[in-house]
Ligand binder design. Sequence first.
Ligand code: T46
Length: 130
Amino acid sequence: MIELEVRGDERGSLIALEAATGVPFAIERVYYIFGTREGVVRGLHAHHALTQWAVCVAGACTVLLDDGRERTDVRLDRPDLALQIGPMVWHEMRDFEPGTVLMVLADGPYDEADYIRDQAEFERLVSETR
Ligand code: T46
């Protein structure tokens, strides 16, 4: 988890995400997830190579992270927190509050070939790296 620097004054707050404020990769893509229905679980995959930062800019959701050794739940409920999701980390997003907007910065383009959507395949691949 990365705590983001908030720039604010009496009008409100602003957060800028760029190399100068600590994003450790060149941002190639930004996407955001919104309108997620109650009870829905998203994600359910790992990436071979992609690194991402996820920021819940509005609302809240829980992200399960599994690197093949440890499974951890992280609650994203502040717009000044970024969660780094690196390669070979199985992730699932759930418990979305109504109105949640999850913004994701990625270091690569959308590429379905980079996804591992089969959990057994993910477990086989991470066990090979141990
Ligand atoms: C991730 C988590 C955090 C595109 O056309 N371009 C894109 O850049 C993305 C991300 C998705 N899509 C298409 C592919 C599907 O037809 O949008 C649809 C929904 O994508 P997906 O089911 O993969 O969405 P999530 O919420 O399960 O996962 C997303 C990202 O895909 C994934 O990389 O790490 O958010």
